[in-house]
Design a binder for this molecule. Structure first.
Ligand SMILES: [Mg+2]
Length: 323
């Protein structure tokens, strides 16, 4: 969104950028936002930058007939915020690149921005820049979130050690359960909050970061089995999980507990999965935390079922959905 480019853009795009600029939040760490060639951010002294990028693609991550535009905007930024949470960091700014089919109505874009800026407001971060273009078809959004953590204190995936407990925030499977329902019927947003309105666990991540309590951490975007495997691989250890301990989301109306299968393999819950050798409380920043197993010296992942019989825990990578 540079000044130079703005001058040569078609009127439609110019007005879109002007609308985004008019609505973008200004933050204390932002020296220069939308309107120059680059944003200028002030990084707190003694901090390192965290940078993450996430694509939100129509027909891959959302469908216009299933997801209201505010939901798409909210989830778009939350994906990036959740990655900052997973490092124990503080979000500082976001940048949005948006490619739109020229048939996408202006009202869709406005509501998408409302959802995205609501999430930005909640975590008090500015939208500091981005880009817009006409797409060859459909809607594609890329969100970049910049955050920071005290030097050397960001929580990585690689720090888990044998004997560390494995912990998860909230409950799992709720987001994936919504997709199953959407394929069959109209779904009420309120009955599937974790799918339509997930919240990045920023405060939990910061709490763990401040105390140095987590040895490794990741957010559950691909599903517990796959995300735990990432931690195992990066840390060079194995894991043992007790199936009965996995907190399963209650969704729908009347509310029902999701299947173990969904809780283990369903993606996009944006909970935090972390390991610790310390005393972990059962609630952090108002969010329930559950111990589900232990890291092991022996590589590979083992699942112990409710009767105590152990088998291999096979990661089933989250495929989002193919429309
Ligand atoms: Mg992540």
């Amino acid at each position: 969104m540079t000044q130079r480019i703005v001058k040569s853009l078609p009127d439609q795009e110019k007005s879109l950028i002007a609308r985004i600029r008019g609505r973008a939040r200004r933050g204390t760490g932002l020296v220069v936002g939308i309107g120059d060639d680059c944003a200028i951010l002030r990084v707190p002294a003694g901090h390192e930058l965290l940078i993450t990028t996430d694509l939100t693609l129509e027909k891959v991550h959302f469908r216009r007939d299933w997801h209201p535009p505010q939901v798409v905007g909210w989830r778009c930024l939350t994906r990036g915020l959740s990655d900052i949470a997973a490092m124990g960091g503080t979000p500082r700014a976001a940048l949005l690149s948006l490619a739109l089919d020229r048939r996408v109505p202006q009202s869709w874009v406005n509501q998408f921005l409302t959802g995205l800026l609501d999430a930005a407001e909640q975590f008090r971060i500015p939208l500091a820049g981005g880009d817009t273009a006409q797409s060859a078809g459909g809607i594609q959004a890329d969100i970049v979130v910049v955050g920071s953590a005290p030097t050397g204190k960001a929580i990585r995936r690689s720090g888990a050690r044998p004997g560390d407990g494995i912990y998860i925030t909230g409950a799992l499977g709720g987001a994936a359960a919504a997709l199953g329902q959407l394929k069959k019927t109209i779904v009420r947003w309120k009955d599937y909050e974790r799918h339509f309105h997930p919240e990045a666990r920023i405060q939990v991540g910061q709490w763990l970061g401040r105390r140095g309590l987590a040895s490794a951490m990741i957010d559950t975007s691909d599903g517990l089995s796959t995300d735990l495997e990432h931690v195992c691989e990066e840390s060079g250890v194995g894991a043992m999980v007790e199936s009965a301990a996995i907190p399963r989301a209650k969704v729908g109306r009347p509310a029902n507990q999701v299947s173990l299968e969904l809780a283990m393999h369903g993606g996009e819950d944006y909970e935090l999965l972390f390991t610790s050798s310390g005393q972990v409380p059962s609630t952090i920043a108002g969010v329930p935390v559950t111990r589900i197993g232990q890291m092991t010296k022996k590589r590979g992942m083992v699942l112990i079922d409710a009767t105590g019989i152990s088998g291999k825990l096979v990661p089933k990578g989250w495929q989002h959905f193919v429309a």
